[in-house]
Design a protein around this ligand. Sequence first.
Ligand SMILES: Nc1ncnc2c1ncn2[C@@H]1O[C@H](COP(=O)(O)OP(=O)(O)OP(=O)(O)O)[C@@H](O)[C@H]1O
Ligand SMILES: [Mg+2]
Length: 261
Amino acid sequence: MAYRNGDLMGRVSVRGVSRRFVKNGVSHTLALENIDLEIEDKEFVCFIGPSGCGKTTLLRIISGLDTPDGGDVFVSNEKITSPGPKRGMVFQEYSLFPWKTVMNNVIFGPLMRGVKKEKAMEEAEKYLDLVELTQFKDSYPHELSGGMKQRVAIARALANEPEVLLMDEPFGSLDAQTRNSLQCELLKIWQKKHLTILFVTHSVDEAVFLADRIVMLTARPGRIKEITVVDIPRPRNRTSMEFNQLRNHLLKILAEEQENK
Ligand SMILES: Nc1ncnc2c1ncn2[C@@H]1O[C@H](COP(=O)(O)OP(=O)(O)OP(=O)(O)O)[C@@H](O)[C@H]1O
Ligand SMILES: [Mg+2]
């Protein structure tokens, strides 16, 4: 486990973040406007909002892959100016190296950071065990199902021992059954590894199942419309009354925003 320095680790502060895309020297799209958000260490936060409202842009800014025009992002009290191993990313499309085995995909990040191969493999075994893929460590991505590839992507992100895991619709392309089982697996990993997770989804059901808090963004430009605390104890029952009440409330405000697009 990475060294953790008290309360500040894994804490994400988004302060007054705006992002305007410029085309041919002219302001083209205001994607995000004045986003303020404090996310606690080990919190699980889901982001929901209409397509094009800036969810991916916000995650990319927090990861350091993109830069805001206004405002700042701090992770563990450090200002973010570029990508770093403390922030792991998992995308919707399986971003694995197709020519590398599962094991070699997982150890790629640690090797880049200068970890010795033997040590990296020893650690990778633990992450592959966590995502239940030990027996596929010598397989290539094309030999795996979609859900398995996504589990490799999670193991690969975890191998960098991130403080914050940023996930952009990671289960979006999976069938409902695989998706539900990966949600349960992710919660187990989150509880075991004590990570902060920021998770973008189009599925209200997924957000209510996973999150401590749900951040609803407005249609473009993305602003914070509502932050909902999900105080339903885990494991959550998708058929319970409280689950359905919250789901219906969120679906209603999401539909309002879709209309504003
Ligand atoms: N590199 C870019 N150059 C120009 N415009 C961009 C760029 N990236 C995003 N945008 C614009 O910013 C807005 C927000 O895009 P973003 O991908 O963040 O939305 P999103 O909420 O993730 O959407 P979706 O739910 O469809 O994935 C969109 O209007 C998009 O066209
Ligand atoms: Mg997106």
